[in-house]
Design a protein. Structure first.
Length: 586
């Protein structure tokens, strides 16, 4: 199928522009063939002395000029209409792809590398545009013009045309085969170029590691190899390109010479006039374009169809997490959360990551979840955000099963500070206000103060207008964490989840933030995920988790007596405090 479902729909959307473009194309292609005929009139007229002066020739010359101008304007119009529409379709498909990408789940992004996804958006989409835009235009033009020229050629001399068709078709086949090989070489050059860009990009991102390990020279050598590969592939492509052009030109010359020789014979026999031969040769030159166009279209077709299939499959990928029918949309949650015998494993793994979790967080409670690295804390957060599906009857918000709450409604109730503190390459203000389109400046400053980052921001030259580098590299890890907290606080969510959100700040700052949060979030559910005892020790309830199982639940005082693991963590913390630096407890 030339046009797949998603693309067909867009062609229908712009059908009027397409039809208009094609109509102009057909008229123009027909009229441009009048020029050889008029040339014949002049040449034959001069030869048989019916046209003797410039005054006699002038009206025909004027006609040729008018047709040439009309053809140029018409060609401009249909190209604008057809190419412009294909650009519009490309933009629409890109928009649909982006919208679709944001609907896909966490699990899709774990499997699919970002680089691979970008290939759909850049390489595949441009191949599809080339095929369905320029390619379609070439095939329509090629076929229409080709048929018109052949009609004229047959009208003029069907015998000579039959003979000429054999080398022309052969030439088409040769061009098709050469083009296919050339496309492959072009692709190899493209791949080499992408590999070199990727290498450079990674080197720039990891420049600190390269310097620390004194690997500058070896990186430069690595780059030289990639760069040389690009050079070799480019030269290979260029050589091939030049050879292909010479071969094609030679074939054309041979055919033209044959036509002229055969035509001259006909003229000598009085079976053809010089004007007719000129007209015929003009038609032959006009026929070259359709031959090129159709062969080129056929040679790019395979690769572009493969790209179209990839885009199509991507657009057909269904999210695993989506709203079931009759989900509750207009509800207000109070912040109570219940885990009932909840077990969980990731989509493509057999290992149970969470095992029979049973606990309840009352509305308004401040709860800590503490555990060693890899114990399943962030997995709990991802389940609360409904980034993965859990079976019915395992997770409740205010006694309502999570599966019965609309995703948007649930997430609107949640505030989330992610463990990796992702920030966008925008201004600090935009990052903090991320949840809203417009926010009072006062509100932004207030949450920044509560997250203890206002002083840091004020010290930046541009203050809240400071633009953060890629993934916020111009600021420290602790500053990133606190901006991330401010971003969640501005939402004033019913449930706030902080996933290891104060791990990169010092004890003093941590204390200040927790104090602020306790005051601000009084009566609102707040969940602190933590490694350190200091983060959770003053909270209402602490849940100790290890290897996906709950080991103990209680207050700091109770756990010191009842949980061996908690006591172990507490002792490690004491040791850390004593030596004044962090040590890992794993
Ligand atoms: P940390 O304190 O280091 O952040 P954590 O307690 O948050 O650790 P999780 O991120 O929840 O731990 O991971 C728990 C387990 O689940 C780990 O063994 C991890 O390898 C596994 N895991 C995490 N994400 C996935 C995933 N997308 N697919 C499969 N397994 C995963
Ligand atoms: Mg984690």
């Amino acid at each position: 199928m030339l046009l797949k479902k998603h693309f067909r729909h867009y062609y229908l959307k712009y059908i009027l522009s397409f039809l208009l473009g094609i109509a102009i194309l057909v008229v123009i292609d027909w009229y441009q063939l009048e020029i050889p005929r008029l040339l014949k009139v002049i040449i034959d007229g001069v030869e048989n002395l019916s046209l003797t002066s410039f005054k006699d020739i002038w009206p025909t010359v004027l006609k040729i000029i008018i047709i040439a101008v009309a053809v140029t304007i018409g060609r401009f119009l249909w190209r604008i209409l057809l190419i412009g529409t294909s650009r519009k379709i490309e933009t629409d498909i890109r928009q649909e792809m982006f919208k679709h990408a944001s609907k896909l789940d966490q699990s899709f992004y774990t499997k699919e590398k970002v680089g691979g996804l970008m290939t759909y958006f850049i390489n595949d989409l441009s191949s599809v545009r080339e095929l369905y835009g320029f390619g379609l235009l070439m095939i329509v033009d090629g076929l229409v013009l080709g048929i018109f020229v052949l009609i004229r050629m047959f009208q003029l001399d069907y015998k000579m045309t039959l003979y000429a068709l054999i080398p022309i078709v052969l030439m088409g086949v040769v061009i098709f085969l050469l083009n296919q090989k050339m496309e492959k070489k072009f692709k190899l050059r493209q791949d080499a170029f992408e590999e070199m860009s990727h290498f450079a990009q990674e080197s720039f991102s990891g420049i600190a590691v390269i310097k620390a390990y004194v690997r500058e020279a070896s990186e430069a050598f690595g780059f030289k190899k990639k760069s040389f590969d690009v050079y070799q592939k480019s030269m290979d492509y260029m050589h091939y390109f030049v050879i292909v052009n010479i071969i094609i030109e030679s074939i054309i010359n041979v055919i033209v010479i044959a036509i002229i020789a055969f035509g001259s014979l006909l003229i000598a026999r009085g079976e053809m006039s010089s004007g007719e031969l000129t007209e015929y040769v003009s038609y032959f030159f006009t026929l070259l374009w359709p031959v090129f166009a159709i062969s080129w279209f056929l040679s790019i077709n395979g690769q572009a169809q493969a790209s179209a299939t990839r885009i199509y499959e991507f657009l057909e990928t269904k999210p695993i997490v989506f709203d079931q029918e009759d989900v509750l949309k207009d509800i207000c949650l109070n912040g109570e959360i219940t885990f009932k015998n909840l077990s969980f494993k990731y989509e493509d793994s057999d290992e149970l990551i969470l095992k029979k979790l049973n606990f309840k967080i009352n509305a308004g409670e401040m709860v800590g979840i503490i555990g060693r690295t890899g114990s399943g804390k962030s997995t709990i957060v991802e389940l609360l955000l409904h980034l993965h599906n859990v079976k019915k009857g395992m997770l409740y918000f205010d006694k309502i099963d999570q599966n019965e709450i609309a995703l948007k409604t649930l997430r609107n109730h949640l505030g989330y500070v992610p463990q990796d503190n992702f920030l966008f390459s925008e201004t600090i203000k935009e990052n903090i206000n991320f949840a809203f389109d417009e926010v009072d400046e006062e509100k932004t400053i207030n949450v920044a103060k509560l997250a203890d980052v206002h002083v840091d921001i004020s010290e930046f030259k541009e203050g809240y207008e400071t633009i953060l580098g890629e993934r916020g590299t111009t600021i420290s890890g602790g500053q990133k964490q606190r901006l991330s907290i401010a971003r969640a606080l501005i939402k004033d969510p019913v449930i706030l989840i902080l996933d290891d959100a104060v791990s990169a700040v010092d004890m003093h700052t941590e204390e200040a933030i927790i104090k602020n949060l306790k005051k601000l979030r009084k009566g609102q559910t707040t969940i602190f995920i933590a490694h350190r005892i200091s983060t959770v020790k003053n909270l209402d309830k602490i849940i100790v988790i290890d290897e996906g199982e709950i080991k103990a639940i209680g207050t700091h005082k109770e756990l010191l007596k009842t949980s061996g693991l908690y006591k172990h963590l507490a002792n490690l913390q004491k040791l850390e405090d004593m030596i004044g630096e962090e040590i890992s407890y794993v």
